[in-house]
Design a protein around this ligand. Structure first.
Ligand code: PHB
Length: 391
């Protein structure tokens, strides 16, 4: 165990290619990252840390006179591991800030953040309830509800009447289904069936057959980042692209990470997402280029921006507190912060500590020989609908 832990603690100065830290302890701000570098959601860990690294390359590692030291730990896509590692980061490493990833780990770590009064910046999780688990949680990723409500409205307005839902069976999937179902029904649509697919190593073929047998006009699908390539392949192999059933979903099904490897059968698929690699802004062009260069041609996706923006939030909060690192000061500084991200304008809702962002309706198109999510409409400053409904 000990050996394993040592092996997975990557001292980030080395990872970032920066010289070792010489500063005194009070001049260092320690950021402990708990991300999924291996296991089922390893593609998520790769993207989010690519975003974090790029932000630090572009902005340096000294903020408000303090040196930022990153300690990255791998939760192996397992919540209990995430919790144990966060505990170790807090107690042994005495980190000032946690940068956390997937929903199960973010939830497991929440009580530790509360107890230690340490900000938990959530950079991946898309489950609404996460930010309610601790007053020290701030999110820079997204919620599935934000995207699912928007695509439900769009589908209903564009002739969709009968939908089958295929959902990865864990918290963000349940949320995608709940919000889609509610919004779609309110707009007059009917849900024929909700089919749950296991999170680990899914074989989509039998579920797709079942979905097809229900004879819907629309298929709403949530699967997490990293599974879109496999899903698209099985979708086409089953002939669903030629079935007349329209495929829709949150941005995860046309993940930029996997899109270049998908077949042209995906052209025309419409999703509601927070980020597209083809988002037309100078900042995003530089972002996509930066991620590509530093990661062997990797295409930036919606997960990576959560890491990039998470670092921005940490840097700007430290500037505002003039380097003060206590959790209460940092959280107060983070509330209400607004800035431009590679995805477009974003802010942190001061009441809920939840991200507010544009949600784009996108259509898969082939541009310069590669598939992209072309943004065709923008819904501005979308709040998490699950929290809005509770108020
Ligand atoms: C999550 O951890 O909530 C999560 C991860 C990957 C996704 C969506 C949600 O694509």
């Amino acid at each position: 165990m000990q050996r394993w832990l040592l092996a997975t603690v990557i001292a980030i100065p080395a990872l970032l290619g920066t010289p070792p830290v010489n500063a005194g302890a009070q001049d260092i701000v320690k950021v402990g990252l708990v991300q999924s570098m291996t296991g089922g959601l390893a593609p998520v860990g790769k993207q989010v840390t690519a975003g974090i690294r790029l932000y630090m390359q572009q902005h340096g590692d000294v903020v408000a006179g303090k040196k930022i030291e990153i300690i990255l730990k791998d939760d192996t896509t397992i919540a209990d591991m995430g919790k144990r590692l966060a505990q170790e980061l807090i107690v042994n490493e005495k980190v000032h800030i946690l940068g956390v990833g997937i929903t199960p780990s973010a939830m497991a770590i929440a009580p530790l953040a509360t107890e230690a009064k340490i900000p938990e910046v959530v950079m991946v999780s898309g489950t609404s309830a996460v930010t309610e688990r601790s007053p020290y949680i701030v999110r820079t990723s997204f919620t599935l509800g934000q995207q699912s409500a928007v695509i439900a409205e769009w589908a209903a307005k564009n002739g969709s009447k009968k939908t089958v839902i295929v959902q990865s069976d864990w918290a963000p999937g349940a949320e995608a289904t709940a919000v889609f179902t509610e919004t779609y029904r309110a707009a007059g649509g009917e849900i024929l069936e909700t089919i749950k697919v296991p999170l680990a190593n899914p074989d989509f073929a039998p579920f797709l057959q079942r979905a097809r047998d229900a004879n819907p006009d629309t298929l709403f699908v949530f699967i997490p980042a990293g599974q879109a390539g496999t899903f698209a392949k099985q979708f086409v192999e089953r002939g669903l692209d030629r079935s007349g059933i329209r495929l829709i979903g949150p941005g995860d099904i046309t993940d930029d990470n996997d899109l270049p490897g998908m077949s042209d059968a995906m052209i025309g698929v419409v999703t509601a997402g927070l980020y597209s690699a083809s988002h037309n802004s100078p900042m995003n062009m530089a972002y996509v280029e930066g991620i590509k260069k530093a990661n062997n041609g990797l295409r930036a996706n919606f997960i990576s921006v959560g890491g990039y923006d998470g670092m921005h939030l940490i840097y700007e909060a430290l500037k505002k507190t003039r380097g003060k690192t206590d959790g209460d000061s940092l959280i107060a500084a983070m509330k209400g912060m607004a800035w431009e991200s590679p995805r477009g304008p974003i802010s942190i809702d001061p009441e809920t500590r939840e991200i507010v962002q544009n949600i784009y309706i996108r259509k898969v198109e082939k541009i310069g020989g590669e598939l992209y999510n072309t943004e065709i409409a923008t819904l501005e400053a979308v709040k998490d609908p699950t929290k809005a409904a509770k108020k």
